[in-house]
Design a protein around this ligand. Structure first.
Ligand SMILES: [Mg+2]
Length: 401
């Protein structure tokens, strides 16, 4: 390795020395959520942090921890970290035919890929995005709020008020099986929020095609910008039909694992807006590749965010390195999670100016993990509860009326 190679410090090659998966469970104001962090130690004494997301925290975090400890860590420990790409490829190529390219495999790989970026950039004394090539220092956020069924319009308006006061101009809400009631609530909410607020809707994979079309027409009347995951993600034929016929843009992507899947989805016309997540798709580079492909299809890219502080930071650095990304998801319900487990850059409400969140500019991700907080929140498996849902919600995943 030449002395000028990127992962050298004082001419010393960095080797990956140790890897530790860190699953946790934390009670938010809605429910208990789990998260999966990982620590990657270099033999230069520096530590990189990563995180995996299964689209809602990481419910089965102990499963991913086992994949990391038993399968992926042995592929990385002792390896030179000259660049992230070769080691990310190594993880994928060694596991692809057994663990697959979807779900747990890429989610676990995402955590390690992000941690390697953090370690590499820290070793070079730069932020991850400045190491890749930063195109912006802040990114517009959209407030990703709750299910409309959880309260009247005034309840939702009150929750969103601090964000509007911070200049946030994009708001997403969630509809459920009683979607006509939700439309009535949303109509009131839109009036309460006032002019100039762009609204989006997440359908949480609730609907059949005919209902999704009815819903889409109702949302078009409300000038809703996009309808997200209205049909179960695997209902490809129905989704293709919906995208052809819907009067509002259809968004998918938080369950797409890498560029091959993103290209296939876009070729088949299964989305108008792509929502990659660096902590799900296979890592920061996988999400950047997906965003680059979206440009070829004329598809808008708005990254998904719904996990802990390391995942948010990774997606902020994604947004910082892709010109076409103009906004990123920001779920207010996770603010206490970021505050509890994150150190470094402020990711809270006070960090939002004119609706934009600053991209952390400290070394690496600019956000570290508070390992004392990790130790204080041991992981609890969800048991018989349907992970990632509140009581009663599993019903919505078996069809509408
Ligand atoms: Mg979503």
């Amino acid at each position: 390795m030449s002395s000028g190679s990127p992962a050298t410090q004082g001419g010393t090659v960095i080797r990956i020395h140790a890897i530790t998966a860190l699953p946790v469970t934390f009670g938010t104001d809605r429910e208990r959520m789990s998260f999966l962090f990982v620590r990657v130690e270099g033999d230069n004494g520096l530590v990189g942090y990563g995180e995996a997301c299964d689209s809602y925290g990481c419910s089965y975090a102990s499963v991913l921890a086992t994949v990391i400890d038993d399968v992926l860590a042995p592929l990385l420990i002792g390896e030179e970290l000259e660049a992230v790409g070769p080691l990310a490829d190594r993880m994928r190529l060694f596991t692809r035919r057994r663990l697959g390219d979807q779900w747990v495999g890429p989610q676990a790989r995402s955590a390690l890929e992000i941690a390697m970026w953090d370690l590499l950039a820290k070793s070079n004394g730069r932020s991850v995005s400045s190491q890749i090539g930063r195109v912006r220092d802040s990114i517009e956020v959209y407030a990703s709020s709750g299910f409309l069924e959880e309260g009247p319009a005034a309840f939702h308006a009150e929750k969103l008020r601090p964000f509007l006061e911070a200049g946030v101009r994009m708001v997403k809400v969630r509809t459920g099986p009683e979607w006509r009631d939700d439309i009535a609530t949303m109509t009131e909410l839109k009036a309460l929020l006032g002019d100039g607020i762009e609204m989006m809707v997440d359908g949480s994979e609730t609907y059949t095609l005919s209902t999704a079309l009815e819903l889409a027409h109702a949302l078009a009347d409300l000038d809703v910008r996009w309808l997200e995951e209205p049909l179960p993600q695997g209902a490809h034929a129905g989704i293709e039909e919906l995208v052809r016929r819907s009067p509002v843009a259809i968004a998918y992507g938080e369950h797409l694992f890498g560029n091959d899947e993103a290209i296939e989805s876009m070729r088949r016309g299964r989305l108008n807006i792509l929502q990659p997540d660096a902590s799900t798709a296979g890592g920061l580079s996988a999400a950047r590749d997906m965003a680059a492909s979206a440009a070829s299809f004329g598809v808008r890219v708005v990254p998904h965010v719904c996990a802990g502080p390391i995942s948010l930071a990774a997606n902020l650095h994604l947004a910082a390195t892709v010109s076409a990304i103009r906004a990123i998801e920001f779920p207010p319900t996770l603010l206490p999670v970021w505050k509890t487990f994150g150190t470094g850059a402020d990711l809270g409400l006070s960090a939002i100016t004119d609706g934009h969140l600053a991209i952390p500019d400290g070394p690496g991700l600019g956000v570290d993990l508070d390992e004392a907080a990790v130790a204080a929140h041991p992981y609890e498996a969800p048991g018989a509860r349907a992970a990632g849902t509140t009581g009663g919600l599993p019903d919505r995943f078996v069809g509408d009326r």
